[in-house]
Design a protein around this ligand. Sequence first.
Ligand code: PMP
Ligand code: GLN
Length: 385
Amino acid sequence: LNRRLAEFGTTIFAEMSALAASTGAINLGQGFPDEDGPEEVREAAVRALRDGRGNQYPPGPGVPELRHAIAAHQRRYGLAVDPDTEVLVTAGATEAIAASLLALLEPGDEVIALEPYYDSYAACIAMAGGRRVPVQLRPEDGAYRLDLDELRDAVTPRTRLLLLNTPHNPTGTVLTRDELTEIARLAVDRNLLVITDEVYEHLVYDAEHLPLAAFPGMRERTVTISSSGKTFAFTGWKVGWVTAPPALVAAVRSAKQYLTYVSAGPLQYAVAEALALPESYYEDLRAELRAKRDLLCTGLAEAGFGVYRPAGTYFVTTDIRPLTGGDTADGFAFCRELPERCQVVAIPNAVFYDDRAAGAPFVRFAFCKRTEVLQEAVARLKGLA
Ligand code: PMP
Ligand code: GLN
């Protein structure tokens, strides 16, 4: 492995899911639902396969049906997106992030990312030869907050772009209108591009998701990323997308064409149909996940964890110090021992930090699981105290 990637090793998600498999523990680590998305969407994929739609290389930007469906989806936010020039279908949000960074960074460019950050950000910034500059969301009164002054101070003449994520994995923070207004102002003032990872856009409970691209001055400088994996509960399909102005989409496409060339065809037709589901689909998804969030948050609090109740995503970040009984705690060690102690798997938030010490006392649990699974996990975790 070369020097650019040597520090990254195996992703924590692979490590922890393997641990869950080998110990038979309940996997609240990696974020994937334990039930598939809507039956009619699955059937749409079967139909596409059977009818021979997309079984040979689909068009590079994505099949027109899906590009039109994505453009229609963005209209819910008042964003007019041209399906022919402003949409790119990718192999999940993961490829969208990688291709965007590879396309937009020059070696040595600085990228500001909110810390804790999703693990692929650091690796992809490194692959693109960029330098990551973390700005921490800080735990405070039961929620993680962004210090806008800290963000402003992090911008230097070498800053090329902000890499944002809202709703935010792993903290569950949803950036507010005021915060996004200030971020937009900063991006315009300092002439920055923004990549905004909004894969959890539909998973919001006590907050409204506002896409950064809809803020003044942002449309022309924002690459927006989302994915069908989260919204439609098909994480294995890896159908994601980018929406951005034509020049930025063209740039990202230049990178994508040499990464995967095109994305899997039949699934694109199915996701186009998913995007045409009625509004009630999103409402039901939110209601279901809200109940699961409440169940898990209450259970974790009763089990003795400090709980940061998420406003969005399907993750809850917890503080293990009340359980370990000290000022310091090692979330890594805690997660590695957890399957043995109580047959549950979680993710140590430290993996999402450059500043490992800042992340050490925190552990993330996913609640995109069946209610009875969450109940059983809570019962087991209560045995820890
Ligand atoms: N960004 C964030 C913040 C995520 O949590 C995930 C989850 N896997 C991704 C991107 C990747 O999405 P996909 O599975 O569509 O590649
Ligand atoms: N995004 C999911 C998570 O944060 C899983 C992604 C992955 O396994 N790469 O758990």
